[in-house]
Design a protein around this ligand. Structure first.
Ligand SMILES: [Zn+2]
Length: 373
């Protein structure tokens, strides 16, 4: 035991170096540990600094949401401007197709001015279709945003000179339907054309009320040859024709065969057909579409009752239909009350965002809207 380890003996004699070494070995890491930023005593500004760096970190998650919301709003706002046509709706011609009518037979006779078009199907206006390659009188028609369209036909033109002259002098694009072989038909058709108006033949067709048709009347009693000759003579008798609509016709327009003869005759002349729709049994519109004839069906008769109040009520109905569907077609007659009303009212349409267009343009617009006549 007397022999002691010389190292321990040296440490016992001079302990200071060992103590300092130990203090240094332990103290230095402890000091470093204590004063690293993470372990340093919290300074008041540190949490603020952390918070300040956290705030931008939250931004990337917030920004896209705001951007998407803003973008969505932009899209929602932009849609009506980018595709105004989508907002337009129209009556499909098929809606007036009596083949789908469930009305009892007794109710199907809606003589001339009394007939009304049944409730129609709404079709969203889509891009113009090129499916139908048949000639259209105005295939380039482009509807304007926010505008609703009406076509207005004044028919029964030809017998009365002064009222006829007043009619063809109406402002805007009223279309005139002229009875064949009438005393003033040719002169009024020429005057209408000279005024920039569209002209149609108002072809007399047999009715169930046995009312007289006048010259050029088409009846089921005619042979095919007589029928086509009569219609051709009527078409030749009126200048500047672009189409045809039926005068009366509650009997004839319900019959398929004569309607085919009508459409075949129109086809050869590239004329359109307007179904005046004097009976819910009319097959005329369907036969026209089957034979690829540009066609539309009348929506409103303006002057079944010839007072300012009744005409106004029907005219407002025409405008309502146009606002609801995008466009609508009315028929009036050269009555003093009708002319008084239209002379006063037509100049006010522009302020209502209603545009009066010729029948040929209305057919083109409807064709673009539905992809079919
Ligand atoms: Zn008529």
């Amino acid at each position: 035991m007397s022999q002691r380890d010389p190292l321990l003996e040296a440490i016992a004699r001079y302990p200071a170096p060992l103590i300092m070494t130990v203090v240094g070995l332990v103290g230095m890491p402890l000091t470093l540990w204590l004063f690293t930023p993470e372990r340093a005593p919290a300074r008041p500004e540190t949490p603020v600094a952390i918070s300040a760096t956290a705030a931008p970190a939250a931004t990337p998650t917030g920004t896209p949401v705001a951007a998407i919301a803003a973008a969505t709003q932009d899209i929602a706002l932009a849609l009506p401007e980018q595709s105004p046509a989508d907002a337009l709706t129209v009556d499909t011609p098929a809606s007036a197709d009596p083949a789908t009518s469930t009305e009892p037979a007794a109710a199907k006779l809606l003589e001339d001015a009394a007939a009304t078009v049944p409730a129609s199907t709404t079709v969203t206006l889509s891009a113009p279709s090129s499916a139908n390659s048949a000639p259209s009188p105005a295939q380039s028609f482009v509807p304007a945003q926010g505008t609703h369209y009406i076509a207005l036909i004044i028919d029964d033109i030809g017998y009365v000179d002064d009222l006829g002259a007043r009619a063809v002098a109406l402002p805007d694009d009223v279309t005139f339907a002229v009875l064949p072989h009438t005393p003033h038909g040719v002169a009024l058709a020429q005057a209408a054309h000279d005024n920039g108006k569209e002209v149609m033949l108002h072809a007399p067709m047999s009715n169930l009320g046995a009312m007289p048709l006048g010259p050029g009347g088409l009846t089921p009693q005619l042979t095919r040859q007589e029928f086509v000759q009569t219609l051709t003579a009527a078409l030749d008798a009126v200048p500047h024709l672009q189409g045809l609509n039926n005068h009366m016709g509650s009997e004839l327009t319900a019959l398929e065969e004569p309607m085919r003869w009508v459409m075949e005759t129109l086809q050869g002349r590239r004329l359109y057909f307007v179904d005046s729709y004097t009976t819910a049994s009319s097959v005329a519109g369907r036969i026209a579409r089957e034979q690829n004839i540009p066609t539309l069906t009348r929506n409103v008769f303006l002057d079944n009752v010839q007072t300012a109040e009744d005409i106004d009520r029907e005219f407002q109905r025409l405008l309502s239909l146009a606002r609801e569907k995008g466009f609508a077609t009315g028929i009036g007659h050269p009555y003093a009350a009708t002319l008084d009303y239209l002379e006063k009212t037509l100049p006010t349409l522009a302020a209502l965002n209603i545009e009066l267009i010729p029948v040929s343009q209305m057919i083109a617009l409807q064709q673009q809207a539905t992809g079919a006549w």
